[in-house]
Design a protein around this ligand. Structure first.
Ligand SMILES: *[C@@H]1O[C@H](CO)[C@@H](O)[C@H](O)[C@H]1NC(C)=O
Length: 243
């Protein structure tokens, strides 16, 4: 490589062993430039998508609240029927597989709290699940890259923000909106179930969803089901053109 020899003083130095040539400064600069350009491009794409996330959403918090209220007024505390009502109507409104009708309940441990969920929809920018527990739980909400709307279908959820001295109380039929990037302590004293809708960037939230399972419960079959159902939904939705 004569051109390399000419441009690289390191290579021609008699003290450098020829068997293990060092990377020339030129190559490092090239790598650095490519890396910088890549980071800048990715940042620009993320920034652009972030400011246009709205156009990828198919669900709306006000419609989901209305649906929750109608489900409760039709079926009261028969929560199984409330869930079936919600899944059925969502599927009618969004035909074509956007709503998962295979009601599989999967345990979820996150932020110290424990409950189970039925994943109705998962894509890159939205998820819709029924989350709850029949025995109560308490924990950290997690700091998320998405807005979270927790529609209480049964029971009551309490929430606490540092600095306040009274709990926020979310009874049946109310919505607890946890704004993107904010955190709270939450508690369900007794049985509580909710229709949870998150919109924003969903993949980063999965780290929170998996953390307790990977570092505490080590419940591999549960982690596997969550990975399988979430992954399948996200990929099938992408194939459908739902980002
Ligand atoms: C559900 O049960 C609770 C507790 O018994 C009660 O306060 C509430 O009114 C019931 N909700 C409906 C919709 O029947």
């Amino acid at each position: 490589m004569p051109s390399r020899k000419k441009n690289s003083p390191v290579q021609t130095s008699p003290r450098t062993p020829r068997t293990s040539p060092r990377k020339s400064p030129r190559t490092s600069t090239g790598t650095f430039t490519i890396l910088s350009i890549s980071i800048a491009l990715i940042s620009a794409v993320v920034y652009f998508l972030n400011s246009h996330l709205e156009r990828f959403y198919i669900f709306s918090p006000s419609e989901l609240h209305d649906l929750s209220l109608r489900a409760i007024s039709t079926h009261g505390n028969d929560t199984a029927a409330v869930v079936a009502f919600i899944a059925g109507e969502m599927n009618e409104k969004f035909p074509g597989g956007y709503v998962n009708l295979d009601q599989e309940w999967i345990f979820n441990n996150a932020g110290g709290a424990m409950g189970a969920m039925y994943i109705l929809h998962a894509s890159v920018t939205e998820y819709l699940i029924i989350f709850g527990t029949a025995v109560g739980t308490e924990g950290h909400t997690g700091r998320h890259t998405a807005d979270d709307y927790f529609h209480i279908l049964k029971g009551t959820q309490l929430a606490y923000t540092p600095g306040s001295f009274e709990p926020e109380v979310y009874p049946q039929g109310s919505v607890h909106h946890l704004e993107r990037g904010t955190v709270k302590q939450y508690k369900m004293d007794e049985a509580c179930f909710a229709l949870e809708y998150a919109r924003g960037w969903i993949p980063p939230m999965l780290f929170f969803g998996f953390a307790d399972g990977l570092t505490s419960t080590l419940d591999v079959p549960t982690l596997w089901r969550m990975t399988w159902v979430t992954g399948k939904q996200m990929i099938l939705n992408l194939v459908r053109g739902k980002f």
